[in-house]
Design a binder for this molecule. Structure first.
Ligand code: NAD
Length: 710
């Protein structure tokens, strides 16, 4: 701990400026104002990076120093109170992550950690009351700044509040792990900093933050600043006393730490050091000794910021924040046509989710069709029921619910599609059926209407081959569950034209999906990589490796689920079907397991079953039908095979031009398969584990792109 402080004192802000030359500085301005009812002056500090809300204020080294100086000015005025607030719509979005990705030494990381603590501590220890006026989004270090103030108000329209660090492979290291549990109790703190964050990075609305006690009062947004100043003045005068909960530092704390540990182990399998630090630091926070707690945070943060996992996490963050905004290979946006009506063919699992997504996001008429009225009714009924759920949760108004329901209709007659601009099919995965449906649709729709397919593996080019207007066909591959997985693989067939592709990208964006352009190649990106890697695990079992050994082999990567659980989620029949398609295209690399075929024929949904205590075991009927050889591999052998296969397949896909760059493979695995940020999708991991070079004699990414040690 001592070491942290000594090291930080050897560096100056000039050293940090040199390390992070591109920092977008968030300046802190102090205004000394008079507040009615207060005798002394009031110091109001506004932090603002000078850009509009699309570029939220972040906190890098120069920003911290600016805040430090603003605090000097504030204290010099001998104020009755000090408040910190943000620019319109943004309080602060946390540490400057793109800059942190460029740090080259542990000393620099230490400086960032320790300086954040030192500056924020001035607000904690201030002899005059300090307030955060949370007027807009407060994320990560931004929320920690607010937590460092002695009191907090929040605007009713403040946007999102969260500690997303563990999602990135970090932990809330500018006081978050120490201040939050001592403010709202350890269990609620685990919900905010571990559970929400590790679950697709869930965030809180202002009212939820107020309910949890993260902020003291929720105030109307219209005259938020005035109300906050009035409230602060009443606190200073002693007219308002803020009640804080009694914290259980005994069994309640034990239980919270245990819950945090279970969540972190369940989600990361020990593969990411940052979330584990969150658990350990929560344990330490029980003492409520900020000297000890902050020193431990600094030490851990300096380690974690320099780790491979964090670098990969920051690389992932950059991909999902920036690369998705300018998809590689997307045509000029200006070519996109307007979509005023949508048709959906099929009303099954995917089609009904697609109808819901289209109507919710585009708010245009959506017509569903299927082979009989009962299936159509089921599909439309699903959409209506989901709209009612949104209404029940208060996510939409009764008026909007009625409007959305009226927009979704069903028809057995494809003539109902005649004025649709965009028709997507999600019928059974059969090429001839899809070709026939597109041919039929051409009889009804205008020559410019887009014909999209949600196929998981079939050729877009072949699907379009016999049409009068093949140039309007695009692949629009969503992932199940559609509402959860953000990826949309947009597939260009050989004859797809720029206008159709531009319309597909514009529509994907309006659906709030992250679009990646993919070449028309079997199973596109995510399914091809997952099938290759699952194929290796299943092959090992077929050869004789015990099920549990093979299924545990990838655990050190911290994937969202084990391979055999993934097979269960996808369904053995679908998984086998995709494997067959890939086998047909690339027989030398993709096998089809006879045992998987037996599993499908027996109608078995999974390999594993779970007893009432949650113990996992092999379904005895599966054990019976599965024929194994006598070659037993270790976990390490299986892992090496599976990762080598991934490295080989990824390199081949790049050579074939399936996507523009390795970054797009990573984006697809993060957004379409839920692979963790700390692997960087997959290629940074393969690079740093040395597998890329062993298998392909080259790395995927230039040294330094996603790893400090490279
Ligand atoms: P599903 O079996 O749930 O639904 C298919 C629907 O198509 C059925 O309701 C069926 O009656 C209907 N249908 C069949 N022939 C038709 C015709 N001639 N006209 C109108 N409707 C017809 O299947 P699903 O899981 O929703 O998959 C649909 C498509 O989406 C497939 O191409 C699949 O590969 C793809 N996909 C599936 C998933 C997934 O996880 N299930 C994910 C991504 C893509």
């Amino acid at each position: 701990m001592e070491r942290g402080r000594q090291v930080s004192s050897t560096l100056s802000i000039e050293d940090l400026k040199a390390a992070m030359p591109d920092e977008v500085v968030t300046h802190a301005f102090t205004r000394i104002i008079r507040v009615p009812g207060l005798d002394g002056p009031f110091a109001l500090i506004t932090i603002d990076n000078g850009h509009d809300h699309t570029r939220p204020s972040t906190l890098g080294p120069q920003s911290l120093i600016s805040l430090d100086e603003a605090l000097d000015t504030a204290f010099a005025a001998e104020p009755a109170a000090i408040a910190v607030t943000g620019k319109p719509f943004v309080f602060a979005a946390g540490a400057d992550l793109s800059g942190i990705g460029k740090l080259t030494s542990r000393d620099q990381a230490d400086w960032i950690a320790a300086t954040g603590h030192r500056v924020f501590r001035r607000l904690i220890d201030s002899p005059v009351p300090t307030f955060a006026f949370v007027n807009g989004a407060a994320l990560g270090g931004g929320l920690e700044l607010a937590l460092s103030c002695q009191y907090r108000t929040i605007a009713s329209n403040a946007g999102v509040i969260a500690l997303p660090e563990t999602f990135l492979g970090l932990f809330p290291g500018w006081g978050g792990t120490q201040l939050l549990p001592n403010l709202i109790g350890p269990d609620a703190a685990v919900t905010v900093m571990v559970e929400n964050s590790l679950n697709q990075n869930r965030m809180l609305k202002p009212a939820q933050a107020a309910k949890l006690g993260i902020v003291d009062v929720l105030l109307e947004s219209a005259d938020y600043l005035e109300r906050s100043l009035d409230w602060a003045a009443a606190v200073v005068r002693g007219e308002i006393t803020v009640e804080r909960p009694e914290i259980d530092r005994g069994a309640g704390w034990d239980a919270a730490v245990a819950r945090a540990q279970a969540l972190v182990t369940g989600k990361t399998q020990g593969a990411a050091p940052g979330p584990q630090h969150a658990v350990d630091l929560l344990e330490l926070a029980r003492e409520n000794n900020l000297d000890v707690g902050f020193a431990a945070e600094t030490e851990a943060l300096a380690d974690v910021l320099m780790s491979d996992e964090t670098r990969a996490g920051l690389y992932s963050f950059d991909l999902v924040q920036r690369r998705v905004k300018r998809p590689a290979g997307a045509p000029d946006k200006g070519l996109a046509r307007t979509v005023g009506k949508v048709g959906v063919v099929g009303a099954g699992l995917m089609a009904s989710q697609l109808a819901l997504l289209f109507v919710r996001r585009l708010k245009v008429p959506v017509v569903l069709t299927d082979i009989d009225q009962a299936r159509i009714d089921k599909g439309v009924g699903y959409v209506h029921a989901e709209v009612d759920k949104l209404l029940g949760k208060g996510r939409i108004s009764p008026d909007e619910a009625n409007r959305l329901k009226e927009l979704v209709t069903g028809s057995l007659d494809k003539a109902a599609f005649s004025d649709a601009d965009f028709v997507i099919e999600a019928v059974f995965e059969e090429l001839s059926l899809k070709q026939q449906i597109f041919a039929e649709l051409e009889e009804h729709v205008s020559p410019e209407a887009i014909l999209a397919t949600n196929t998981s593996s079939l050729s877009i080019t072949e699907m379009a081959a016999k049409l009068q207007h093949p140039e309007r066909v695009v692949g629009f591959h969503f992932f199940n569950p559609v509402a959860v997985l953000p990826l949309l693989e947009i597939v260009r067939g050989e004859r797809t034209d720029d206008a159709a592709l531009a319309t597909a990208f514009a529509t994907g964006k309006n659906l709030k999906k992250s679009c990646v352009l993919v070449k028309d190649a079997p199973a596109f990106v995510v399914n091809r990589l997952l099938t290759r890697f699952l194929g290796e695990v299943i092959r090992a079992i077929d050869e004789g490796t015990p099920f549990d050994v093979a299924d545990r082999a990838l655990a050190p990567l911290g994937l969202p689920m084990s391979p055999l659980v993934l097979v269960q989620l996808v369904g053995p029949a679908v998984a086998t079907h995709v494997a067959e398609t890939l086998h047909e295209a690339f027989p030398e690399r993709f096998g089809v397991s006879e045992n998987m075929r037996r599993l499908v024929a027996a109608g078995k949904p999974a390999v594993w079953t779970w007893d009432e205590q949650g113990n996992q075991r092999i379904d005895p009927e599966v054990a019976e039908l599965w024929q194994q050889g006598s070659t037993v591999l270790t976990e390490e052998d299986v892992r090496r095979r599976a990762l080598s296969a991934l490295a080989e397949e990824s390199a081949i896909m790049l050579d074939e031009g399936v996507v523009a760059e390795a970054q797009d493979l990573d984006l697809c695995m993060i957004l379409g398969a839920g692979w963790p940020f700390w692997l960087g999708g997959i290629t940074p991991y393969l690079d740093r584990a040395g597998i890329s070079e062993q298998v392909n004699e080259r790395r995927f990414l230039a040294p330094g792109v996603a790893s400090p040690s490279s």
